[in-house]
Design a protein around this ligand. Structure first.
Ligand SMILES: *Cc1c(COP(=O)(O)O)cnc(C)c1O
Length: 484
């Protein structure tokens, strides 16, 4: 089969900022002062600061459509949706208008005691769009990590105060190898990425880990379906070992994102959910990354026909505009917390900004955009286009594997395509590639040697060609230098 080459596009041709004056009036001295203050005072997430302090920081100042512009006037395609959060482009007019209006009505009011208009309206909408009809209760928080903390504490407490004493033995969590559920200690406890998590081991609660389907541990060339079968047998084994004691299984459905976009099939997810049910445990699905259209459907678990007992949402929930998260629960889980005040069955958890009206208004407006612009239908076209472009990328001699669900993509760069052998980690091949892409006006971020593509759902056909074309060109350049 011959593949159509990726049409050549350049950032200056597509940037919506072309010819538009910068929105700020900072002169060179003011910009230098900002850069200096950044290095003097900020401590950046997931960043080795010693290296960061040697570079000039990239100071973003404006967003427009799927693009960002820095204080110096350089425009970048936002190829990872500002770390997996943006859905409809920056400053989408529908969301901006909703936020303006909400800001004039009510900025914040606590959800401890009173409730507020956007929080109620959004709760109803989230229940409406949630998979199945069992997820009827919405508990708000602020980030993916807290959405997971909440789910874990709910599952634990649900069993600890179960009216059937036999259920109170359910204290064990089964989590997945390579899992990422956030950075707070509870969510780290159910995580499985050694690099991020091992150091904190003495501070964490114990979980039972089951092997997630994963191309690294799959024997090279082994049939993925056979590998998934073996992982399911192991999962079944973990449940059997802890029969009657498992509170919940927690997973990222279809795609383990932070691990390097490690994909599994919908059939694996469906069967894992069946194993969990058969053993009477709750199923927690962490859709923080996969939710809100990233995998082509509103939620990834829809593709497997699975409805969890607890569903974690964050990242895309507000359209990528304000911090917001939600943990959806079934009526059955919720009912387990009902009782007299004197019984202390209350869920003792909440945050100062829980149900913030501005964040909820942004989320409602984002759902309005899904409806107004038939976003999921449009995404289907982009997904088909992306599959074609990635076929070209995948033919490159240093691309070992491409894993994708919907628009969520990991491109694994390898030294040796035949064996899958990686470049040495000291070469930081992923970082080299994204640095080159930045020079061409495309922002992406690697996970190790995996180049991640996570474009906004609003990416245009031309922008998708730019994104894939630039990434392929940069992979080609960097690998040619490292392995001439
Ligand atoms: C990003 C992420 C989280 C954590 O979300 P934060 O908002 O960064 O705390 C949790 N789970 C998954 C699957 C994620 O991708």
């Amino acid at each position: 089969m011959s593949l159509d080459p990726i049409p050549h596009r350049t950032a200056p041709d597509l940037s919506p900022f072309a010819g538009i004056p910068r929105a700020h009036a900072l002169d060179d001295a003011a910009i230098s002062a900002l850069e200096h203050a950044d290095r003097a005072h900020l401590w950046k997430p997931f960043t080795q600061m010693a290296g960061y302090l040697q570079d000039t920081p990239l100071v973003m100042a404006e967003g427009r459509g799927n693009w960002l512009r820095d204080v110096r006037g350089r425009a970048f395609l936002d190829g990872v949706s500002s770390l997996w959060v943006n859905l409809h482009g920056h400053s989408h007019p529908t969301i901006v208008a909703a936020l303006r209006q909400q800001l004039e009505r009510l900025d914040h009011s606590t959800l401890l005691g009173p409730t507020n208009v956007p929080a109620v309206q959004l709760g109803k909408e989230l229940v409406r769009i949630a998979p199945g009809d069992r997820l009827t209760r919405v508990f708000y928080s602020d980030s993916g990590s807290t959405a997971v903390e909440v789910a874990v504490k709910m599952a634990y407490q649900f069993h600890a105060q179960h009216r059937n004493p036999a259920q109170r033995a359910r204290t064990v969590f089964i989590s997945m190898t390579n899992a990422y559920h956030g950075d707070t200690l509870g969510s780290v406890s159910v995580g499985g990425i050694g690099l991020f998590h091992q150091l904190y081991a003495p501070l964490l609660f114990q979980t039972v880990q089951a092997p997630a389907p994963d191309p690294y541990h799959r024997a090279f060339g082994q049939d993925p379906a056979a590998h998934e079968d073996a992982c399911l047998d192991a999962l079944e084994g973990r449940f059997a070992e802890h029969e009657g004691r498992v509170a919940a299984l927690i997973m990222e459905p279809l795609m383990q994102g932070a691990a390097g976009m490690l994909a599994h099939s919908a059939s694996y997810l469906r069967r894992a959910a069946e194993v969990c049910r058969a053993h009477g445990a709750l199923l927690i699905l962490d859709e923080v990354a996969t939710g809100f259209g990233r995998t082509g459907t509103m939620f990834a678990c829809e593709q497997a026909g699975v409805v969890p007992d607890l569903l974690c949402m964050a990242k895309g929930i507000s359209g990528g505009v304000l911090p917001l998260a939600a943990t959806l629960a079934t009526e059955e889980v919720h009912d387990g917390f009902l009782g007299e005040h004197s019984e202390y069955r209350t869920f003792f958890h909440g945050h100062s900004y829980t149900g913030n009206p501005l964040a909820c208004a942004a989320a409602l407006a984002s759902l309005q955009v899904f409806a107004d612009e038939q976003v999921l239908q449009r995404v289907a076209d982009r997904v088909a286009q992306l599959a074609l472009r990635l076929a070209v990328v995948g033919a490159h001699p240093h691309v070992g594997d491409i894993r994708r669900h919907g628009l969520m993509t990991g491109i694994e760069v390898v030294a040796d395509k035949a064996t899958g052998a990686p470049f040495g980690s000291e070469l930081r091949v992923g970082n080299r590639i994204i640095a080159r892409a930045m020079e061409r006006g495309v922002l992406v971020r690697p996970l190790g040697d995996v180049v991640v593509l996570m474009p906004p759902l609003s990416i245009t056909a031309d922008e998708l060609d730019l994104l894939t074309g630039v990434v392929l060109a940069c992979i080609d350049e960097v690998t040619a230098e490292l392995a001439p």
